[in-house]
Design a protein around this ligand. Sequence first.
Ligand code: KG4
Ligand code: ZN
Length: 341
Amino acid sequence: MQKKFTVLGIETSCDETAAAVYQTKRGILSNTIYSQIDLHKNFGGVVPELASRSQIEKINPVVQQALDQAHITLDDVDVVAVTNKPGLPGSLLVGLCFAKSIAWAKNKNIIGVNHLEGHVYSAMIEHDIPFPHLCLTASGGHTSLYLIKNFGDYEVLGETLDDAAGEAFDKIARLMNLPYPGGPVIEKLAQEVDFKDYFNYPRGKGKTLNFSFSGLKTAVLYDLVDKNAYDMHNKMFLKDKDETLKKSVSSSLLVCIADIFEQKLTLALKQYPQAKAITFAGGVACNKYICNRLQSLASKNNLPFFTPSRQYCTDNGAMIAFVGHYKAQKGLFDCWDLDIE
Ligand code: KG4
Ligand code: ZN
């Protein structure tokens, strides 16, 4: 029989302060988040020192809000689950120290959760997904392909050898003076030209299940230089007023990344024909165009396709509470020497 747990999940691995409550049978009771996007916007990426300072300011109100929205107090919580790896050390430490303090003070269990495992199972918060299945996670910090055999039992089939897919969107957006984060802006611009592939950027050889996006970023950069749109010497975009160019680059980039995902998943399906479904998670899974492409691929292979709703794609506390919950079911509690990794 399933034991009943109320789990408070805390996520502070990067530039979001997030918390959520998950309860056996009832599922997610609350999910709150404070995003630092505005804080890092002018820098074109996350500034670690600013991120950890903001985490310290927001952790208390965000956790309190998660408890309030779930209509519970800390006394009702059985387990505090917290992201302890991987991430920015300063940011991770804020969540971990906070989680340990409240758990110790209130005599609760503590469970450390791998942020990537959070993304991997995030589609299961809202959907019943058969095992084994293939899971592609793509965000600003990671891009990996997994075979998910059960809760807590998965195999990494491939990962990025350099940049993450979201990082490619962010860095190329930055080249064109587009705001951070790049993914949503690039999707919007690409949509305006109906996702046409103008420049046919390189897709790579694709013989393994690993990813590589830094070559793509360089290819786009050199193509912009060739088009007299980028000054390498002064690191300046020269065609700020050229909306047509920005749209064509965005659209070509998006189609290229969707092609790469499709190609890797096709290869993975050949190697792992036992897969019963495909899931797609992480911040990049907010992208409707890529989701539609992967949905078609799954349909072609007679497989169901799942992606979490938006709030569970980008970093969130719900996925941490969810993983914490199944670890609690298995009795996988941590000791007070739990540390960041
Ligand atoms: O999961 P997430 O919130 O944080 C990390 O763990 O990195 O993902 C953020 C990443 C950013 O790189 C952002 O550009 C990308 O997800 N992203 C998108 C879209 N929305 C967010 N990429 C493509 N299309 C989108 N609509
Ligand atoms: Zn993430």
